[in-house]
Design a protein around this ligand. Structure first.
Ligand code: SF4
Ligand code: SF4
Length: 94
């Protein structure tokens, strides 16, 4: 950073979001949906770590992962990175 650039403290506030990030459903539209096959899942949690929306969570009480489709935007990273191919991306039938 050059000495002339402003720090974040000096930049004026441009916008104030009307609600917290949890209030914006990033997954309210999508083309593809992840389909999870429980029998192939080893609960390695790779998908939980890599989902950019935090839309996959591990539930200790069930010992399984679950998807929050309100935030899943169908990017397919989870399906690409799953080592056991337990997730496939599908276009939902209307
Ligand atoms: S498709 Fe993308 S956003 Fe949806 S659960 Fe997988 S990694 Fe997350
Ligand atoms: S990456 Fe695949 S095997 Fe690992 S927890 Fe996710 S769905 Fe299960």
């Amino acid at each position: 950073m050059s000495s002339k650039e402003k720090t974040w403290k000096e930049v004026s506030i441009a916008a104030v979001p009307p609600k917290s990030s949890e209030g914006f459903l990033t997954g309210d539209w999508k083309t593809y949906m992840p389909i999870h096959e429980l029998e192939k899942c080893t609960t390695c949690l790779t998908c939980v770590l890599l989902c950019p929306e935090g839309a996959i969570r591990f539930r200790p009480e069930t010992g399984k992962i679950e998807f929050d489709f309100g935030f899943c935007k169908g990017c397919g990273i989870c399906a690409n990175e799953c080592p056991t191919k337990a997730i496939t991306m599908k276009i939902p039938e209307e």
